[in-house]
Design a protein around this ligand. Structure first.
Ligand SMILES: *Cc1c(COP(=O)(O)O)cnc(C)c1O
Length: 397
């Protein structure tokens, strides 16, 4: 195998640049007219800028020396023995700030600077995207405003402190339910009034071109994993697993393997406790509607309106989902399953005890699904560990 002992390249999957906003019938940009022009400009600038050699070099250099990429592909011998399959973990938990989110914030803030943006704005629920944004803004010297629901500010005091320590201004939104939805409204309002700011979206959701941008920057995960598994095993895996909130670490893990039909692809959704409204399993229990600027699956009430999600994992607690995952579900290229809170908590403990790796409770959903699907199958698989679980250990298990 000529790929043996090859240096692992950190590079996004170029094919992710081919999408023009539609994934089958899904995607698009359903936004008020005032935003259309801004998004069109963003789309044109992204296509122009990311393909330049200068941008590529700068982005990859930061990913290597600051974030710590390529992240290891680790053979989990103890877990493999327990499950009865050969399991590798893609260690996004080892990135600076402890999750995959930094791959995207670095890319978008570099882009924003090249576009001449004067400040970065973002909204955050649990605070993880806010911290990754504030971190990259500190590094790249751009002012940053993070919009956050007043209730979330109280629930996530540590992340608020981290953002402020990094120099971000955290803006409390005290309308409505004082949670993520209100923070989105406030951030959008600010963006419309300040066209020189850059709105940094944190997952594979929202109107075009955001899914394209986020999917491209996160695709380094799978592009590395593919080279690494070929180097270590001399062949592609039988399966790859990742968890889904909005879908960014999952699309980042999957995109390099989409054309390899021999690789089965599995997504783990936050299933909450049951299927009766107590879930975040959007692809499993939702239906396609327009939600937050895109046409994709969404959890809805009996009237067909968007409703709340519920998951033990803050990062999975979102009623919408990436339009590309909607397409990959309908075309059956990927297989999505709902994982309950209890199954995720069991996997959280299992990986901690067997491997000395405390995964984020979000990532534990992918571990739980992999354990279930791979039991005594003798298969070769990759599981993406999207983040570390320090934030989750204080919970009562
Ligand atoms: C935010 C987050 C997720 C969910 O977001 P995606 O966009 O679906 O990847 C998953 N894991 C961790 C550790 C997160 O912080």
């Amino acid at each position: 195998m000529e790929i043996l002992n090859k240096v692992i390249e950190v590079e996004p999957v170029k094919e992710m640049l081919d999408y023009q906003g539609k994934y089958g019938e899904y995607g698009g940009a359903f936004v008020p007219p005032v935003l259309e022009e801004q998004l069109e400009k963003l789309s044109v600038c992204f296509d122009e800028i990311v393909t330049t050699e200068e941008f590529g070099k700068e982005y990859i250099a930061i990913l290597k020396d600051y974030v710590g990429r390529p992240s290891p592909l680790y053979y989990a011998a103890n877990l493999s023995k327990y499950v009865g399959s050969r399991i590798y973990l893609k260690r996004e938990d080892l990135n600076h700030t402890g999750s995959h989110k930094i791959n995207n914030t670095i890319g978008q803030i570099l882009l924003a600077k090249k576009m001449g943006a004067t400040e970065i704005i973002a909204e955050t629920g649990a605070g993880q995207h806010g911290v990754a944004t504030a971190t990259a803004c500190a590094l790249l010297g751009v002012p940053c405003k993070i919009f956050m629901g007043a209730v979330d500010i109280q629930r996530q005091a540590l992340n608020v402190k981290r953002m402020e320590m990094l120099g971000a201004e955290v803006i409390a939104c005290d309308n409505g339910t004082q949670t993520l939805k209100d923070a989105v409204d406030a951030a959008l309002g600010y963006y419309i009034e300040h066209p020189d700011s850059y709105y940094l979206l944190g997952s594979h959701v929202g109107p075009h071109p955001y899914p394209k941008i986020v999917g491209y920057f996160q695709s380094v995960i799978g592009s590395e994993a593919k080279q690494q598994i070929l180097e270590k095993e001399g062949r592609l895996p039988d399966g790859i697993f990742a968890c889904l909130g909005g879908g960014s670490n999952a699309i980042g893990s999957f995109s390099a393997f989409l054309a390899d039909d021999e690789v089965a692809i599995y997504g783990a959704e936050g299933g909450g406790e049951d299927r009766n409204g107590n879930t975040a399993a959007t692809l499993t229990y939702g239906e396609p509607i327009v939600f937050q600027g895109t046409y994709s699956y969404c959890l809805t009430d009996e009237k067909g309106d968007p409703t709340f999600s519920k998951s033990v994992a803050a990062g999975l607690d979102y009623p919408g989902i990436s339009p590309q995952h909607a397409y990959l579900k309908d075309t059956k290229r990927c297989d999505y399953h709902s994982v309950t809170d209890q199954e995720a908590l069991d996997a959280f403990r299992l990986l901690s005890r067997l491997e000395g790796i405390i995964p984020a409770i979000e990532s534990s959903h992918a571990v739980a699904l992999a354990v279930k699907m791979l039991k005594n199958k003798g298969q070769l698989a990759i599981v993406t560990i999207s983040g570390r679980g320090d934030k989750d250990v204080e919970r009562d298990f």
